[in-house]
Design a protein around this ligand. Sequence first.
Ligand code: PAF
Length: 290
Amino acid sequence: MKTLRVVADVRAALDDPRSAGRSIGLVPTMGALHEGHVSLIRRARAACDEVVVSLFVNPSQFDEPGDLAAYPREEQRDAAVAARAGADILFAPSPDEIYPPGFSTTVTVDELAASLEGAHRGPAHFASVATIVTKLLNMVQPSVAYFGQKDAQQVAVIRRLVSDLDIPVDIEVAPTVREPDGLALSSRNVRLDAEQRRRALALPRALDAARQALAGGERDAAAIAAAARSAMIAAGVEPEYLELVSPDTFVPIGHVNGQPALVAVAARFGDVRLIDNALLNPSDPATERL
Ligand code: PAF
């Protein structure tokens, strides 16, 4: 695996494979790679001829300076993890390569980005994610780009912008990878102390409670959300939000019937803010569907 730092070098490295018709997979990351990222890189390796992993901690998508300052940065370790998972190129640009002096364009996705994460983190969050992802897709020009279902609203924003801006790429979404006790993997989990780590199980418990309510025949979204919220409160955690929404539009839904429904939740554990979600499947409530 080679580490490249400038766009021109990435393009040059991909020139020959691209003209030979080889497929290119891109896994965009902010580093601090965990098994969730590894599963994305392995998927890309299995499906594509060339695999590029990007590593760029995008400052403007952090709404809290403390979160940005505490974000783990371990490029050597990340490079080893990416190489082991099968990456051919690690694209690790400097901030100036991404945002050169004079940079002044922002990609915004309207309503979809305004609710839940957008409402709690502020409008700059998804505008910044949409802008960096658009840039990475243009820089690498992959055939397929890989994202994790844990960031469900990010996935919806990216699908929207790819469709709206006619970017010729397939977006593949991989299921959330979890610890054996159910906690979704996140680069922020390492910042939880033992007590916060224990309380963080309120998130998967809330999702289980939603699935159980559905399995018990409940179809009213407010009642399912109330069951999930009670499970969190019982675990001593007040959710920042907990809502049932359409996974494509993030508009709240009233009833779970034929159409896809996503239960999305966020909560704080000290300085650490975690999110999680589950796609509800009314025909088989015990399972998730992508
Ligand atoms: O999901 C992430 O790690 C980031 O939001 C992404 C997609 C790499 C953009 O910075």
